[in-house]
Design a protein around this ligand. Structure first.
Ligand SMILES: [Zn+2]
Length: 178
């Protein structure tokens, strides 16, 4: 028995890794619609079976969240830079969404007191998280979770669009897609 375990792990791991790479090729070629869920079965007529990809479940804490990194100069960027320049202009969010961290809600349509405050004034530091929750009635996006990376920006002045570039580095183009 013991002598069978390592060969079994080695072969199934190798098969799984190979199948993952084949699907990853489709993702990298922008052929996501051709990608499939692939699973190994012991008893069915076929060893390898496939199924179509399912869209994320908005109520699922694993696949219902989009993760991204927000690289930002926390001593300069204001919450309004995130709300307007990144979320509305770059990512196309509408009016109804909120921004939350572990302390509570920082922004929502009724709470605009914090917009002019800098990230540092709001206690938003590197290695913390912000969650953007879309409350659009018709077609809400998945929750967007930003991990914050601090980056000091040396420039003295910048336009809002340049600031948005700084703030939005590594931002997904469309977090509603999976
Ligand atoms: Zn899920």
């Amino acid at each position: 028995m013991a002598g069978n375990i390592i060969p079994a792990i080695a072969t199934t791991n190798a098969m799984t890794a190979g199948l993952c790479v084949l699907q990853a090729f489709k993702v990298m070629r922008d052929d996501l619609h051709k990608a499939k869920m692939v699973f190994l079965e012991r008893s069915a007529a076929r060893v390898i079976n496939t199924d179509t990809l399912k869209p994320p479940n908005p109520n699922c804490t694993v696949c219902g969240v989009t993760q991204s990194r927000l690289v930002v100069d926390t001593s300069r960027a204001t919450l309004n830079n995130l709300v307007e320049d990144v979320l509305r202009v770059q990512l196309g969010y509408g009016d109804e969404f909120s921004i939350n961290n572990e302390v509570g809600t920082l922004y929502d349509p009724e709470l605009d007191d914090n917009l002019q405050k800098k990230f540092s004034d709001l206690g938003i530091k590197g290695d913390s998280f912000l969650t953007v929750i879309d409350d659009d009635d018709d077609n809400p996006r998945l929750n967007l979770s930003f991990s914050i990376s601090e980056k000091y920006v040396y420039r003295q002045r910048y336009t809002s669009s340049e600031l948005a570039d700084i703030v939005a580095e590594h931002c997904p183009q469309n977090p509603s897609q999976y």
